[in-house]
Structures are given as structure tokens and as C-alpha cells.
Design a protein around this ligand. Structure first.
Ligand SMILES: CC(=O)SCCNC(=O)CCNC(=O)[C@H](O)C(C)(C)COP(=O)(O)OP(=O)(O)OC[C@H]1O[C@@H](n2cnc3c(N)ncnc32)[C@H](O)[C@@H]1OP(=O)(O)O
Ligand SMILES: O=CC(=O)O
Ligand SMILES: [Mg+2]
Length: 552
């Protein structure tokens, strides 16, 4: 860790230490902000730790053979007749939302993009270096003030914001409960990363947003239970009090992107009913969570990543249940992200990629989703056209989806499919290239013309671990004979550590050109990390936790 220091030019705040410095942090992390961070940490850290412990306890039960189910103790919430608070005007029409990391050019391009909303992402698509976080918060502050601009390094283009009423509505996604912010220590302990992201953003922007009849609008990632949602609600309620905001001014949309959360959608809406605007199908983390939650269940192994599409029954069931649940409660049911991005220099391949995006959006609007995500500005017209044609109203809460009858078995149903050699090798390559980029400070990259971020890379990483450890998992689950043997590629080769070693050894040659590019120096480090993560007896909870130790 870098030298421990307090802010130059400011009185130190007692027992708050900033463990790094970067440009512009003094204006952002004023004593008043540090006081607020310390207050939040002292009030809520023990509850965060209790929730993380509860996750581990629940996972231990799943590892011992239990399967997720709807809760008995919350039946009254599911059966009750209640609605979430009315939506603010700015969040009524969310048909196309663009997402992206928080660096200034992306923020300007996204706000100017013509999308209805922009989710500025401190999570799946941002590598949380201290410099990235401070730069991102400064960019958002200037964006809300209307003063953000950016000059291309070669001076060829000066980026400025369109007038405020032509910009997308801003939403911010903080990091999840599992992540620490090691650069801010309160009473010698790291701050919760999500508290840092939310508190710094709200402190600097709530007043300017309120002047435009808006508030801090958030996307909350990776929740696993209604208790975690209640913790956010208490944090945000406290922030409103401290910042002098009316109760409920801070709105949230919750990503349902873990398998346990899919069994608590009503409960999560209920815990946040005074401020929740919707739920979102975060499909990539959801697939990752399915693998992670059911890692000890040898009968629920997923086929290769490319075969796990939203057409798979378990994913369709999750999306249908989310729509039904949201519309019953007066909340938006947001769709998710297709991974395809535009392909330059190959018109035919580009058409095929856009056709996949179109088909995904068509499925969403037909199912009853009220809006969707795109990863790239060029996809906005594709998504908009599909939603405009089939959703003439600002949302479709009237589509109740009473036809949907999703039970436990539907959410848990394992998809059938195969693992090909190309699928295996692609998982290895994606993990290594993504990790190398992340370690170099870039949290979202195109790989083989697909958007790769922490969630998509996690699927690749967790799959490799699951496939490779299948014999041990099967034995622990009481299987014997062939059933406790290795899994096989569709060409008959066993999926074992020799296969992994061959794929890893081949990579430096395959990526030689990239290793000479900026960030390429981290490829060997990424290869070593992936090798260790795959060999580990336990599936690491998140890739970004060990990777974060190597950041900065
Ligand atoms: C699973 C999940 O969590 S999904 C949500 C998290 N993931 C994301 O948000 C992905 C966001 N998307 C991206 O980061 C990018 O689109 C990438 C990395 C996938 C591809 O980026 P690039 O290779 O730079 O794309 P490309 O070169 O085609 O970009 C063309 C222009 O569009 C801009 N652009 C691309 N994506 C975005 C975006 N999401 N928001 C705003 N502008 C964007 C680029 O900055 C570039 O601008 P310029 O012409 O002014 O220089
Ligand atoms: O955050 C979105 C996801 O798909 O994961
Ligand atoms: Mg996600």
C-alpha cells in the first residue's frame, strides 16, 4: 500500500486515513466528506460484516446439499397487497439505458448519447484504482454541474455536454457489499467500497440534482437477500437526513443478479418500498451466481458460456418472474445487457451482431420488460426502435404476466449443452485478457467483439473451476464410478488440469502482439492468477477480491 497520508492543505479528520493520493482528491474528499464517511462506517460496518457472514453461512448450507428456496418467514410479504412508492417523472420512461465506466469521455458520450438514462458504473465495468475512482467522482460532479468537458490527448476533439434537458438521466452504480475501499481507512479498517461511492456522489451532487427535481438515483448490485436491501435502505435514509433531503429522494433500482436474490424479489422490493424504482435482470452476474451458489451440485453444471443464453429455461423463468413481481408492485422491470457490440470493418459480421442485439431486445419487450440496457451508443437506435414499436406507453406495468407460474424447480433447472475445446480455450483467454486489463486499470474491454466486464469474466473463471473440480465435487456429493470422473469436451478429451496447462502455456504466444501494448505487461501476472484460482480447492468468492490486492 502507498504511504499513509492525510489530505494536503486540510486538517486531518480523526482516525480517518487516506492511503493514497491522486490529482484532485483534495476538492473531493474534504473534511466534511471524510466525517460523513467515518460516520457511515461506524454506524453500518458491523451490519455489513454480519450480512457477509450470513452469505457465507448460507453458502455452506448450499455446499452441504441444500438448494435455494422461497422463504417461509416472509410469506406474508409475498402474499400481501402493497405497492412501492410512486416513481419520479425522470424515471418513468427508461426504455433505453446506456451503461459505462466513469471516465470523463465515456460520461460525456453516454449523457449525450440520446439514451433515456445513463448508468455510470463503479462496479462491473470499472477497475477501482484510486485514480479511477477520484477521476470518476470528479467527472460526475462536473457532469451534474453541467461543466464537464474533455480534450482528446491528440487535441483532435473537444468533448462537451449537450444542454441538460437533452441529456440522459444519470444513475450511479456503486460497488457491492463484498468490496472494501482500501484507500480509506476509518479506525484502521477499510471502508465499505459501496459506501464510499454513494456517499461521495450524494454529498457533492444531491443539492444540484434536487434543483432539477431529481435526486441521487442509484443501481444497487449483487444483493443476495432482503436484509442486505434493508441495510441499503437504512444507509440511504441516514444519508438523506444528514444531507437534508426529503425521505425517499434517493431512488434505487436493484439488480437481481444473484440466484439467492431471485427467491426474494418481493422481499427486496418491500425492504426498499419507499425508494425503489425497479428491478433489473443482471443476467451475467446471475449466471455467475448460479454457478457459484450450486458449485457443490454436480447435477447442475452449466455448458460453455456461449450456450447459456436467455432462451435457456432457467433464465427465461428468472426474467418472467422478475416482470411479474415488479408489475404487481408498481415497479419497472428492466431488461439487461446483450454482450454484442458493433463490429467495425466487417459489415456482415456487424449485421449479425446487431441482429442478436435486436432479437434480445425483442424478447425483452415481448416478455413485458419496461426498458433495457445497451453497452455502446451505436446500439441505442437498435434497442429504441424495438421498444418504440412495441411499447407505445412509457412503461408496461399493465402487462401483469398473470400467466407466469415460476417455482423453485424452474429457477434451478440446469441447462443442457456441451463444452467444446473452443469454449474451454475461450474461457481461459477471456479470463487472462480481462484480468490483465483490470489490473492495468481498465474494467471493460472488447474481446472477440463481445463486451467483457467483471461479470462476464466471472462466468468464464467460475466455469473453469467447476469443470476442473468436477471429480472432487461429484465424490463429495456421494457419486461413484463414472459419475465421479472428469467431465469431457464434446470431442472426448477429459477436462483436467493438463488441458488447462496446455491452454495457459499457449497463451503468451497467442497474445504476443498484445503483450507489447499498454497493459500487456500484466498478461503473465494474469496467467499466474488464473492458474492459482483454478487450482484452489475452494471457488474464490469473487475474482475482484484477490485482484484488488494487486491494484495500486
Ligand atoms: C454485465 C454488466 O454489468 S453490463 C454493464 C457494465 N458494462 C458496460 O457498461 C460496458 C460499457 N461499454 C464499454 O465500455 C465499451 O463499449 C466497450 C469497452 C465494450 C467497447 O469500447 P470501444 O472499443 O472503445 O468501442 P468503440 O471504439 O466502438 O467506441 C466508439 C465510441 O463510442 C464510445 N463508447 C463506447 N461505449 C460507450 C459507452 N458505453 N458509453 C459511452 N460511450 C461509449 C467510445 O468512447 C467511442 O467514442 P469516440 O468516438 O468519441 O472516441
Ligand atoms: O450487471 C449486470 C450483469 O449482467 O451482471
Ligand atoms: Mg452485474
Amino acid at each position: 500500500m502507498s504511504a499513509v497520508m492525510t489530505l494536503p492543505g486540510n486538517d486531518p479528520v480523526e482516525n480517518v486515513v487516506l492511503a493514497a493520493t491522486t490529482d484532485g482528491q483534495a476538492q473531493l474528499l474534504t473534511p466534511a466528506v471524510l466525517d460523513l464517511l467515518a460516520d457511515l462506517h461506524r454506524r453500518f460496518e458491523s451490519r455489513r460484516q454480519a450480512r457477509l457472514a450470513a452469505r457465507r453461512e448460507r453458502q455452506a448450507r448450499f455446499d452441504a446439499g441444500e438448494l435455494p428456496d422461497f422463504r417461509d418467514d416472509t410469506r406474508a410479504i409475498r402474499d400481501g397487497d402493497w405497492q412501492v412508492a410512486p416513481l419520479p417523472d425522470a424515471l418513468r420512461n427508461r426504455r433505453v439505458e446506456i451503461t459505462g465506466p466513469v471516465e470523463p469521455k465515456t460520461v460525456i458520450n453516454a449523457l449525450n448519447s440520446g439514451a433515456n438514462c445513463f448508468m455510470a458504473d463503479f462496479e462491473d465495468s470499472t477497475s477501482p484504482t484510486w485514480a479511477n475512482l477520484v477521476l470518476g467522482q470528479r467527472a460526475l460532479r462536473k457532469a451534474v454541474a453541467g461543466t464537464l468537458d474533455w480534450m482528446a490527448p491528440d487535441g483532435a476533439k473537444h468533448y462537451t455536454l449537450r444542454p441538460a434537458d437533452e441529456q440522459a438521466v444519470l444513475l450511479v452504480r456503486p460497488r457491492g457489499w463484498h468490496l472494501d475501499e482500501k484507500h480509506v481507512l476509518v479506525d484502521d479498517a477499510p471502508l465499505a467500497a459501496g459506501l464510499f461511492d454513494v456517499a461521495v456522489f450524494a454529498f457533492h451532487n444531491a443539492a444540484a440534482l434536487a434543483a432539477r427535481d431529481r435526486g441521487p438515483y442509484l443501481y444497487l448490485p449483487k444483493l443476495e437477500s432482503m436484509e442486505e436491501a434493508a441495510l441499503w435502505d437504512d444507509v440511504l435514509g441516514h444519508l438523506e437526513q444528514v444531507l437534508g433531503l426529503p425521505a425517499g429522494q434517493i431512488k434505487v433500482t436493484v439488480l437481481i443478479e444473484t440466484l439467492p436474490a431471485a427467491f426474494e424479489m418481493d422481499e427486496i422490493l418491500h425492504a426498499l418500498r419507499g425508494r425503489v424504482a425497479g428491478l433489473n435482470c443482471g443476467r451475467w452476474d446471475y449466471i455467475f451466481s448460479y454457478i457459484k451458489t450450486l458449485r457443490a451440485h454436480p447435477d447442475r453444471v452449466l455448458p460453455e458460456r456461449g450456450q447459456v443464453t436467455m432462451a435457456q429455461p432457467f433464465l427465461r423463468a428468472y426474467s418472467d418472474l422478475l416482470i411479474q413481481t415488479c408489475h404487481r408492485r408498481g415497479a419497472h422491470a428492466m431488461g439487461g445487457m446483450a454482450a454484442q457490440i458493433p463490429i467495425s470493418g466487417d459489415a456482415e459480421a456487424n449485421d449479425a451482431a446487431l441482429a442478436k442485439v435486436r432479437a434480445d431486445k425483442l424478447r425483452e419487450v415481448r416478455a413485458g420488460h419496461d426498458g433495457t440496457w445497451v453497452a455502446h451508443p451505436a446500439l441505442i437506435p437498435v434497442a429504441r426502435r424495438v421498444f418504440d414499436e412495441r411499447m407505445p406507453t412509457s412503461h408496461q406495468h399493465h402487462v401483469g404476466r398473470e400467466d407466469v407460474c415460476v417455482g423453485r424447480a424452474d429457477l434451478l433447472q440446469a441447462p443442457v449443452g456441451t463444452v467444446t475445446r473452443a469454449g474451454f480455450d475461450n474461457n481461459v483467454e477471456v479470463c487472462v485478457r480481462y484480468l490483465a486489463a483490470w489490473l492495468d486499470g481498465n474494467g471493460c474491454v472488447p474481446i472477440h467483439w463481445l463486451m467483457e466486464d467483471a461479470a462476464t469474466a466471472e462466468i468464464a473463471r467460475a466455469q473453469l473451476w467447476q469443470w476442473l473440480h468436477h471429480p472432487a465435487i461429484a465424490r463429495a456429493a456421494g457419486r461413484s464410478g463414472d459419475a465421479a470422473g472428469p467431465l469431457y469436451l464434446d470431442d472426448g478429451e477429459p477436462i483436467d488440469f493438463a488441458l488447462l496447462e496446455r491452454a495457459l502455456i499457449g497463451l503468451p504466444g497467442k497474445l504476443a502482439d498484445r503483450m507489447r501494448l499498454p497493459g500487456g505487461s500484466r498478461i503473465n501476472e494474469a496467467i499466474g492468477m488464473l492458474d492459482r484460482l483454478c487450482h484452489a480447492e475452494e471457488l474464490a468468492e469473487f475474482l475482484t477480491i484477490p485482484a484488488y490486492r494487486r491494484l495500486d
